[in-house]
Design a protein around this ligand. Structure first.
Ligand SMILES: Cc1cc2nc3c(=O)[nH]c(=O)nc-3n(C[C@H](O)[C@H](O)[C@H](O)COP(=O)(O)OP(=O)(O)OC[C@H]3O[C@@H](n4cnc5c(N)ncnc54)[C@H](O)[C@@H]3O)c2cc1C
Length: 467
């Protein structure tokens, strides 16, 4: 933690926040503060006050007060982040944007939509579906996370393999920076060549450069048809080879993997699913025109069968849900694999070049055996982005220690293979200690950029080793 001195949320600050936002949007009692002290990570720290602004002007006022009093300010969307990004490490003001969730404009002629930052992607997609359109980025947390949080973390998800990540869909945004200035960046155009791109800089900055209040997003017409293929293989290496073979020919909208332990966990969690006891499962989603889907289906089914895969496929919507169920529930299922163990989110999001995926999975299994700690591997095989769920006995000091050593080895392995330590979840507090070693001299430049946006260092301090 930095030794920096920050101002306090005293009675005067509370009174001014209430004057600007109304009593109902300023929460200073312990129960409310406690509810906002953590996200989906293991980190926690109490905010001094929680505010729930309802428009950009109110966010401006909050930043004005925070700047004047040098109070730390932490933006929060759905609180689904897995690395402590929305945890108010230094207390101060927590800004919950989830109440700013309106759709401001659907512009079908320009293929875009303008929304407030607090809307969930699922809510947005339900609305867009009525017009025959969709916003493709689709994190597993789509029911709970917000578009603002997705922008702040450059969220990925299952459909990144075909459509890309959040970064590829942001045309414009409104962000508030200290001491209460509104940046209106970009707009509805698809191309821009106008100097430094501050939109792209803010995307993935995890709330350290500005508070996103509105975004204009690219949308696409809903595909005419879709289908699902699920195949079971003797081991993860074979499954990973199939991923490479398929991607040389076609780009499905999702390619997800479950390793043997993950399949076991799913079967134990929901026995009625009764997945075959295989070494690995691959889930392919395909979408496009009728002809495209038929063509891709054939390529994928042939590749699976050629590699000895027990293969099922369908384009019937009810059947699709059944076939995808294992992938949908795996996160919850691995939590229940052994009542004495819990999953710890560390080294859970590394990304490696596609060709290294078989080697990566084999090596992580070896690390797991060497330490005697189970690891369930699942996730976005089509992006080389696998989630390694390390399962430890939380009452054992020794297992916590082993988990940290395993995480370090997994990070080092990913970097050695030409990959990185986080494909989509981000840095936050969890991976802050690695920033120096992964970025070297570029970290100094990042710190200078941070100062240009936030000279006092009040925006989400303590995150990403930036301030
Ligand atoms: C079950 C589950 C499945 C998940 N699956 C995926 C997945 O498939 N792909 C993926 O990428 N991630 C996934 N995640 C991680 C998480 O959902 C994403 O990182 C998501 O983008 C976070 O959004 P949020 O609104 O919950 O943000 P929060 O957790 O509230 O905040 C995350 C970070 O963004 C900042 N922030 C939030 N809102 C704003 C804003 N308006 N302006 C500026 N900064 C802001 C916060 O300060 C923090 O640093 C998953 C998480 C869970 C729990």
């Amino acid at each position: 933690m930095s030794g920096k001195k920050y101002g306090k949320v005293d009675d005067e600050v509370l009174r001014r926040l209430i004057d600007e936002l109304g009593k109902e949007n300023v929460k200073a009692d312990l129960v409310e503060r406690y509810a906002y002290s953590t996200d989906a990570s293991l980190f926690s720290s109490l905010p001094d006050v929680v505010v729930t602004p309802k428009n950009t002007d109110q966010v401006v006022e909050v930043l004005r007060i925070a700047s004047e009093k040098n109070i730390p300010i932490t933006p929060r969307g759905g609180g689904t982040g897995l690395c402590g990004g929305a945890v108010p490490l230094h207390g101060g003001i927590l800004v919950d944007l989830s109440g700013m969730n309106r759709i401001l404009e659907v512009d079908l002629d320009n293929l875009c939509v303008t929304v407030e930052a607090g809307i969930t992607p699922e809510m947005l997609n339900k609305h867009l579906a009525k017009h025959g359109f969709f916003f493709p980025p689709s994190p597993g947390s789509k029911k709970m996370c917000t578009v603002g949080g997705m922008i702040a973390t450059n969220a990925g998800g299952m459909h990144a393999v075909k459509y890309g990540v959040t970064r590829n869909f942001v045309l414009g945004l409104k962000a508030v920076i200290p001491p209460g200035e509104v940046l209106s960046l970009g707009g509805k155009v698809l191309k821009r060549c106008l100097g430094y791109d501050l939109i792209q800089l803010i995307i993935g900055s995890e709330g350290t450069l500005g508070i996103v209040t509105e975004a204009t997003l690219r949308i696409l017409p809903l595909p005419e048809k879709s289908a699902v293929v699920v195949a079971y293989f003797r081991d993860c290496s074979t499954a990973a080879k199939v991923v490479n073979a398929v991607l040389r020919r076609v780009i499905p909208s999702a390619i997800e993997v479950l390793d043997e332990k993950s399949i076991e966990a799913v079967n134990r969690y929901v026995p009625s699913l009764n997945l075959p006891q295989a070494g690995a499962a691959l889930y392919f989603e395909i979408d496009g025109s009728e002809q495209e889907v038929e063509g891709q289906l054939k390529v994928i089914v042939d590749a699976c069968k050629m590699h000895g895969g027990e293969t099922e496929w369908t384009s019937n919507p009810n059947e699709k849900e059944r076939l995808l169920a294992g992938r949908e529930i795996v996160g919850g299922a691995i939590m229940n694999i052994d009542k004495r163990r819990v999953r710890v989110y560390e080294a859970e999001d590394v990304c490696v070049p596609l060709a290294q995926l078989p080697h990566f999975i084999e090596e992580v299994h070896r690390i797991s055996e060497r330490y005697g700690i189970p690891v369930c591997i699942y996730g976005h095989a089509g992006d080389g982005n696998c989630h390694s769920g390390i399962m430890i006995d939380p009452t054992s000091r020794e297992e916590w220690e082993k988990m940290r050593m395993m995480s370090r080895e997994i990070y080092e392995l990913a970097v050695k293979l030409g990959g990185n330590i986080s494909g989509e979840h981000g840095i936050g507090l969890l991976r802050a200690e690695y920033m120096e070693s992964i970025h070297g001299p570029s970290l100094r430049i990042m710190k200078e950029i941070k100062k240009a946006f936030d000279p006092q260092g009040i925006l989400n301090p303590g995150k990403m080793s930036i301030s």
